[in-house]
Ligand binder design. Structure first.
Ligand code: SAH
Length: 388
């Protein structure tokens, strides 16, 4: 399933005339124009060279794009007219556009964005988590088919490009006037980021550029079901985001049912990969665990979870299911959620329960992290139950 989709994406990149950002031969009369939103600052500087521009122009263009939200070359008024014209002849800028914005009574804002291909993606702003958090998508739909997730029901329509992933942040940050404020990014919208590895990592480099939005990797959390070869690659990235792993089950048998990719990359191997994962001092891997009534919420589940994670620097993020039509699972009672959380803290784990936000605008898909008060050194357990 994964290999097949990868091939399709490669083919579509070729048919757009770019392989790793390089123009390919084309017999059309129209000169090939490169997608500027796909270029990191150093790549942009190289691409500008044949136009007679200087490397600092790449920084200026990034500033216009990301700091000022200006994506039309004609409006980049500190560039000469001649250069602006050449830029227009050389590059395209296929940016997403916000088509709908819905605000929830709790301050959560859901954005619907149209891509140049006509597809749509959802992004969500969640205030006061306590940080400002932007939740963005990495794919249109998702191939992972987790049995309780609505996005999985769509199947994978296509991968987002790095420019489209970074573009979601640019649009939200400007719309919400966050550009000069600290905010966090979670890759917890639509899609599986490690199933679109290269574009996701490139997006993180684009977002991190100082001449752009300057969002460093420590303010970004990548959430994954555990596509193991990609997780191994991530372990060697110079630019490493925080890691959240969607675990959801404590036995191979149950995880095979809830998270079908487990049949290919099993729970035991995933836990072993997490154990090897190079986490920095004072940091931890977050394990997400969707709570499903009578499926994975028993005390036996809690005890097995405790045993699986006991020697990993981790925190557990319990996500009571967001029920939705079309899902055959139920959310456990508040009492059961609390009991499950307490069983984990009694075993010495750090636990938070994710509060469901933006429900009145259907922005809640388990996309919000409510961090518990950070435990002081030595104090390992913290429980935070948010009642709705
Ligand atoms: N593909 C990534 C990011 C997806 S969404 C991943 O799986 O980690 C982020 C989290 O929301 C995941 O843990 C996912 O399992 C969870 N989620 C999906 N559907 C949900 C639902 N109906 N209720 C609660 N959480 C859900």
């Amino acid at each position: 399933m994964i290999a097949q989709n990868d091939t399709r994406v490669r083919q579509s990149q070729q048919s757009r005339g770019t392989i790793r950002g390089q123009p390919t031969q084309t017999h059309q009369r129209m000169p090939f124009r490169q997608d500027l939103t796909q270029l990191e600052p150093s790549e942009l500087a190289k691409a500008l060279d044949p136009l007679g521009a200087r490397p600092f122009h790449a920084q200026h263009i990034y500033q216009w794009f990301y700091k000022r939200n200006v994506t039309q070359f004609t409006a980049m008024t500190d560039l000469s007219h001649a250069l602006r014209k050449r830029l227009e002849q050389t590059f395209t800028t296929p940016v997403p556009r916000v088509t709908k914005r819905e605000k929830s009574s709790d301050g959560t804002v859901k954005f619907l964005m149209n891509l140049s291909s006509g597809h749509q993606v959802e992004t969500v702003f969640i205030p006061n988590t306590p940080a400002m958090t932007l939740c963005i998508s990495t794919q249109v739909g998702c191939a992972m088919q987790c049995s309780f997730c609505l996005t999985g029901k769509m199947g994978l329509l296509r991968n987002l490009t790095a420019g489209e992933i970074a573009g979601q942040v640019r649009l939200m940050a400007h719309d919400l006037e966050l550009v000069n404020h600290r905010f966090n990014i979670v890759l917890m919208g639509m899609g599986e980021p490690l199933h679109n590895y290269d574009e996701t990592m490139k997006a993180l480099r684009i977002l991190g550029a100082d001449c752009g939005l300057g969002v460093g990797p420590r303010r970004i959390t990548l959430s994954t079901v555990g596509v193991l070869p990609a997780l191994e690659r991530l372990a060697h990235e110079p630019l490493m985001p925080n890691l959240a792993v969607s675990l959801h089950a404590t036995t191979e048998e149950l995880r095979n049912r809830l998270v079908p990719v487990n049949r290919k990359y099993g729970l035991a191997d995933l836990i072993a990969a997490c154990r090897r994962f190079p986490i920095k001092r004072r940091e931890r891997i977050t394990f997400e665990y969707v709570l499903l009534r009578d499926v994975n919420d028993s005390m036996a589940d809690a005890n097995r979870l405790g045993s699986l994670l006991h020697d990993i620097r981790s925190k557990v993020n319990l996500i009571p299911l967001n029920e939705a039509p079309g899902l055959s699972y139920r959310r456990p009672s508040e009492q059961q959620i609390e009991k499950f959380a307490r069983a984990l803290t009694n075993r010495g784990l750090t636990v938070s329960v994710r509060k469901s936000r933006g429900r009145d605008i259907r922005a809640a898909c388990g996309q919000l992290i409510v961090e518990g008060a950070r435990p002081s050194p030595g104090q390992r357990a913290a429980t935070l139950i948010d009642r709705l």
